[in-house]
Structures are given as structure tokens and as C-alpha cells.
Design a protein around this ligand. Structure first.
Ligand code: KG4
Ligand code: ZN
Length: 372
């Protein structure tokens, strides 16, 4: 079954064709990063307008790369939320029009569930051969979902069955990376650039706070950001012409300039280590408590190499003595950040549970992950 997925919840216009929930036949992403970079973050109105111009060519490219005609699409799936309202509207309306015109079922997909299901996808090998069928993740599993807007620790007992264990009380992990990068004048988006700069740094050089919040599975990253600001301040060059910090859509977005001897690599490495440690330790604790058979990472921050490594270490150290080896899985980096293959993948399993959407389907900008 070929599902055409469409994703426009934030700043990527994406379309993809996935066969039977797992085999990625095409995955096309038109990134708006260049459009938003000058502002230091995603500007909703610009994102919506960008989707309008990109969506049709992106859908056409996804069909072409998959080698199918429109008539070869069996189901149309689209992200209904959470996300930016104006951005979601573009994808939902295009998907409705396509499904109606083709006489195919429409499936409305929760963006968070789509990130989780990126772990079921298989990319075609570079040499064009068929992918080797990896076994799907085994239940019950613990999924750490870390993106620009969300940080959630989830126990998943079966397809579509989610039990929330914890979430962020303030900034999401991706937001923490983005704000940290802005404070260090490293640019946008913050996660990849912090990871790159941190490679040359010492993660133990600066002592940054970890918000353990006692035994809970919740997270908090806003104190960490303030601590980074204090550590970086002495190295900042004075900027007499600097605009007022409260102006613009992203107040921290100022052209931060640092002395040449500023330890930016050590600051980035120490900051990344602080974010990653709490995420990895709490996830491993949950794996032990719930006797999980698999650990999944999902969302844009799952692309972070330090998080992947730390999570593997914590799971091996804390879980193996009690449970034996527990596989830690994460999508390839291109499927961690926003894409439409994950939307098509999640739709396949949702459809098996009867989740077909009607023509009255609307956007849900504040949608949460439910289904326990
Ligand atoms: O899932 P995603 O593409 O969009 C949302 O649904 O929010 O996640 C984007 C977030 C951004 O905050 C970005 O800085 C972060 O994922 N990110 C990373 C990395 N790549 C993307 N964070 C840490 N390390 C990375 N390599
Ligand atoms: Zn996302």
C-alpha cells in the first residue's frame, strides 16, 4: 500500500511516499531554514507563505522520485497538528483536495506520533538494492521524543497506545539547543551547530546545573539556559549599537560577538552534556521501571550524536544488569527532523486501527499525544 505523506507543521515543506508503513520510496523536503535564519527562529507568517509556494512542486517531486503516478497513491496522509496554524492549514487543505480528487482515503496524523513512527521506517540502500527488513521495534517500549517544541517520555505498550511518563515543564530540548546557540552567537538552528562546535570542546570544563526534579520523569531546561548566559557573559564583546534585547520575534537573537579567546567550544560541549545527561538518565530509569524491550529516540534532537551515545551508555549500564541487552534505536538523522515519510509511516498503522479522516477534518495546532 503506497501512502503519500504531507508535512507542513513548522518550517519544512515535505512530501513522501512510503510502502506498507515502512519502506521509504521517496522523501522530499524543501527546507525554509534560509528564510528564517535572518530572524533567528521560525516566523509563522513567513512559514505559511513558504509552504504555499513549495507544496505542489514538493508533492510532484515525491511522486516522481517514488516512480508512481497520482493514481498509484492508495492513501493520502497529512499532519493535522500540533504546529503553526497557518502552516498546518496549507498541508491539510492540499491533502484533502488530493484525496478527494483521487477518490482515496485521507488520514490525519499527529506530528508527535509521526516522529515516533520514524523508527519503523527503512530507507533504500544507496546502491539501489531492496532494504534488508529489520524487525520492527518490540513492545513495550520507552520512547524519548525530543524536538523543537516537545520533550516527552512515553511508555508505548502497543501500536497507538501511549502512556505519558513525563514532559518538559518549560523549554523543549530542541528549544534549549536553539536558545543556547543564540546566546553563544552560533546561529540557527541551534542543535546541529552546538553539536559541531562542541566536538572541539571539553564537556566537563564548565559546571552547568542539571534539573533532576527528584524522582519525576519531567524535565526542565530554562535554568540551564540562564546559567549558560552567566558563564558566557564575561567573554562577550561590548556592542554599543546593539538593538534593545526585547525587539524582534526572538529577543535573544542579537549579533552576539565574543572575544577571540572565548571558550565557545567548551561552553557548547558543557551545555550539550548537561542537556543530554538528564535526558539519557531519566530514559534509562524508565526502561528499568517498566521492563521495556526497546528504547526509541525520536524528534529532531534524536539526531544529536552525544545524546545517542549517552543513551546507549546509560541503558547498557543501568538496564542490562536487570533486563539483559535492550536495543536503543533511532532513525537516521534525515528522518529525525521534520519529514513526511514519518507521517506516511504513522498513517499506515493508524489506518489499521480505523483512523480514516472525514472531509470536515481540521487543523489542531495544540494537539497532544493521547491513546492510552
Ligand atoms: O523535530 P524537529 O525537526 O521539529 C519540531 O517538531 O520541533 O526538531 C527541530 C529541533 C530544533 O530545535 C533543532 O535545533 C533540533 O531539533 N536539532 C538538533 C540536532 N538537529 C536538530 N538538536 C541537537 N542536535 C542535533 N544534531
Ligand atoms: Zn517535528
Amino acid at each position: 500500500m503506497n501512502i503519500l505523506g504531507i508535512e507542513t507543521s513548522c518550517d519544512e515543506t515535505a512530501a513522501a511516499v512510503v510502502a506498507d508503513g515502512r519502506r521509504v520510496r521517496s522523501n522530499v523536503i524543501a527546507s525554509q531554514i534560509a528564510l528564517h535564519r535572518a530572524h533567528g527562529g521560525v516566523v509563522p507568517e513567513l512559514a505559511a507563505r513558504g509552504h504555499v509556494t513549495a507544496i505542489i512542486p514538493v508533492v510532484e517531486a515525491a511522486l516522481r522520485e517514488a516512480g508512481i503516478e497520482r493514481a498509484g497513491v492508495d492513501v493520502v496522509a497529512v499532519t493535522e497538528g500540533p504546529g503553526l496554524a497557518g502552516a498546518l492549514l496549507v498541508g491539510v487543505n492540499v491533502a484533502k483536495a488530493l484525496a478527494y480528487a483521487l477518490g482515496r482515503p485521507l488520514v490525519a496524523v499527529n506530528h508527535l506520533e509521526a516522529h515516533v513512527y520514524a523508527n519503523w521506517l527503512m530507507l533504500p540502500p544507496a546502491d539501489g538494492s531492496s532494504p534488508v527488513a529489520e524487525p520492527p521495534p518490540a513492545f513495550p517500549l520507552i520512547c524519548l521524543l525530543v524536538s523543537g517544541g516537545h520533550t516527552e517520555l512515553i511508555l508505548m505498550t502497543d501500536h497507538g497506545r501511549y502512556h505519558h511518563l513525563g514532559r518538559t515543564l518549560d523549554d523543549a530540548a530542541g528549544e534549549a539547543f536553539d536558545k543556547g546557540a543564540r546566546l553563544l552567537g552560533l546561529g540557527y538552528p541551534g542543535g546541529p551547530v552546538i553539536q559541531r562546535v562542541a566536538e572541539a570542546g571539553n564537556p566537563s570544563q564548565f559546571d552547568l546545573p542539571r534539573a533532576w526534579l527528584a524522582e519525576s520523569y519531567d524535565f526542565s531546561f530554562s535554568g540551564l539556559k540562564t546559567a549558560l548566559l552567566r558563564l558566557a557573559e564575561p567573554y562577550r564583546l561590548p556592542q554599543p549599537s546593539e538593538p534593545a534585547p526585547t525587539s524582534g520575534p526572538f529577543p535573544e537573537h542579537r549579533a552576539a560577538a565574543f572575544a577571540p579567546d572565548a571558550p565557545l567550544a567548551d561552553l557548547a560541549a558543557s551545555y550539550q552534556a548537561a542537556v543530554v545527561e538528564v535526558l539519557a538518565v531519566k530514559t534509562a530509569r524508565a526502561v528499568v521501571e517498566f521492563g521495556a524491550k526497546t528504547v526509541l529516540l525520536a524528534g529532531g534532537v534524536a539526531a544529536n550524536a552525544a545524546l545517542r551515545a549517552r543513551l546507549r551508555d546509560e541503558v547498557a549500564r543501568r538496564c542490562e544488569p536487570e533486563l539483559g541487552p535492550v536495543p536503543v534505536r533511532y532513525p537516521p538523522p534525515a528522518l529525525c527532523t521534520d519529514n513526511a515519510a514519518m507521517v506516511a509511516g504513522a498513517a499506515f498503522y493508524a489506518l489499521r486501527r480505523g483512523a480514516q479522516a472525514g472531509w470536515e477534518t481540521d487543523i489542531h495546532p495544540r494537539l497532544r499525544l493521547t491513546g492510552t
